[in-house]
Design a protein around this ligand. Structure first.
Ligand code: NAP
Ligand code: MG
Length: 487
């Protein structure tokens, strides 16, 4: 069998195999909200459809959440909180561990549905999204009865009901980031997945139901922005945890100003991936590819601005173009696919809009000649060369497989250009010199910096942004704090 080129975030699938089949998964035709341990119909009787962006086929009807549904869920969460917050921590941990194990047992089904609902390559959902989601539950289960060690000489207590709103790029993983630390610390939650990717959160609701977690501890309401807004504005909620766009993050900040609600905001990004002349070039090229094309570039921490030191720029760009020629765009359920479907028509329209802007701004566009399917939403991996700092494609988050390339001469110039952005979520540094890694990473104004690697995640590492990329941290010990009153 011929060897197939694969991105460096691949692990074990190197040879062509039959695509995963949707025959292995069981979807219901219609899903209600998950409130107080039961699936219930929406108060207004309205449903919307979620589709597979790779073929535009409908997958299921999903309950449309109104303010009445949110209110019902918050009441359930409040009631659940009375007992859950008093449940001994080691007992709480058992439920969270159980959820983690059940996710592992069903990981294949979760992976297939994640790829069908959102368009991401199965290799990513199977090797990254689902295992990491389970890892978050394991990690926070471990902390539940060790808070005295996490915060020595302080008394940690839960805060109440958390309203959690998540985006469509890592649907199950974002649900795990939100739910695991909240319930491990004794809070209860009302979570809303994104409109285009509700299915794995609803499958998680089923797992939670089967795990025996007491009713009302986790409630999941589906819907669109209005449903999210009803959660944000509900007076029965003590904390908002939001992951999404900077635009909506600002609306949420305004909405809760003057209330006692706490909040964490994980927002957009426009990360710099910086390649120095002394870097291992082939490794760096793989890092650039992974940095921007992982999950179709629908990644808040994507390395969407590339800075190459001038002396190696021609070499890096040539190798990058060669590598892009080998990328396979297509069926998310095919194990050899590198780049899956764009998550929605709206997102594809947004990306196309930016492609036009880039060309009009005078940057040079390059796309490989790969074939793309007729039906569904697709975008070829794209480079923009000769970009200027003032270009909109350099300053604004595109959230697609589009990389803006610039060069620099000195280390200081590289740092200055990298920091010239309203965002500050992440960054990458590629160099052979440890001292340069320390110098650059300490001067980059961003929450997560990778050195000689990119897009590596672990539940024990805190994640979060500077500037317009948000406030607060999720993950690690830091991720416990927003859910605790520390005295
Ligand atoms: P979005 O439009 O801000 O939506 C995020 C979530 O908020 C969705 O569930 C959305 O509902 C809901 N929402 C929309 N309007 C709302 C409102 N007025 N009040 C309350 N909730 C509201 O973002 P997105 O397009 O889904 O996701 C992409 C963005 O998320 C990118 O900017 C990306 O960088 C960011 N992101 C950040 C991180 C991080 O950790 N920093 C991680 C992942 C993604 P519907 O979608 O159902 O309408
Ligand atoms: Mg969908």
């Amino acid at each position: 069998m011929p060897k197939v080129n694969t991105l460096n975030f691949n692990t074990d699938w190197q040879y062509a195999e039959a695509p995963e089949s949707s025959d292995h998964v069981q979807l219901e035709s219609r899903y209600g909200h998950f409130i107080n341990g039961k699936f219930v119909a929406p108060a207004n009787g309205r449903y919307f459809k979620t589709i597979n962006p790779a073929n535009e086929a409908k997958l299921a009807d999903i309950a449309s959440g109104s303010a009445a549904d949110v209110d019902k869920a918050v009441r359930a969460a409040k009631k659940g909180y009375k007992t859950w917050s008093r449940t001994p921590a080691k007992e709480r941990a058992k439920y969270v561990y159980r959820i983690a194990r059940m996710l592992q047992e069903r990981s294949r089904e979760f992976a297939v549905i994640e790829s069908m609902d959102g368009g991401k390559p199965i290799r990513e959902s199977k090797n990254i999204d689902i295992p990491l989601a389970a890892a978050h539950f394991f990690y926070y289960a471990g902390w539940a009865d060790k808070l005295d060690y996490a915060f020595p000489n302080r008394r940690a207590s839960s805060i109440g009901v958390a309203g959690q709103i998540i985006p469509w790029n890592f649907p199950l993983l974002m649900a795990a980031w939100k739910i695991a630390p909240a319930i491990a610390t004794g809070n209860t939650v009302v979570l809303k997945p994104a409109e285009t990717t509700p299915l794995t959160a609803l499958m998680l609701a089923k797992v939670i139901q089967e795990s025996g977690l007491p009713d009302g501890v986790v409630n999941i309401i589906t819907g669109a922005g209005k449903t999210g807004s009803a959660i944000v504005n509900h007076p029965g909620i003590q904390k908002i945890a939001f992951t999404g766009s900077t635009e909506v993050g600002k609306i949420i900040q305004k909405a809760i100003a003057g209330t006692n609600k706490r909040y964490t905001l994980e927002l957009g990004g426009k990360a710099a991936n910086i390649i120095f002349e002394d870097a291992a070039i082939d490794q760096a090229v793989e890092g650039i590819i992974n940095g921007i094309f992982f999950n179709q570039g629908h990644v808040c921490c994507a390395g969407s601005r590339l800075f190459i030191q001038e002396s190696v720029a021609d070499l890096v760009i040539r190798k990058l173009k060669d590598r892009m020629e080998t990328l396979i765009v297509g069926d998310p359920l095919d194990k050899n696919t590198d780049i899956g479907a764009i998550n929605s028509k709206d997102q594809l329209d947004k990306i196309k809009y930016y492609l036009k802007i880039g060309v009009n701004e005078g940057a040079e566009m390059y796309q490989p000649s790969c074939r793309i399917p007729q039906k569904g939403y697709w975008c070829r991996p794209t480079l923009f060369l000769n970009c200027a700092q003032s270009h909109r494609i350099v300053q604004e988050e595109i959230f697609g497989p589009v990389l803006a390339v610039q060069t620099f001469r000195t280390v200081d110039e590289g740092i200055e250009k990298a920091n010239n952005t309203p965002y500050g979520l992440s960054g990458g540094v590629w160099t052979d010199k440890g001292s340069k890694i320390f110098k650059v990473s300490s001067k980059l104004r961003a929450g997560v910096i990778w050195a000689n690697t990119y897009n590596k995640f672990d539940p024990s590492s805190p994640f979060g942004g500077y500037k317009e990329s948000g406030m607060g941290r999720e993950g690690g010990l830091h991720g416990l704090m927003p859910y605790l009153e520390l005295n």
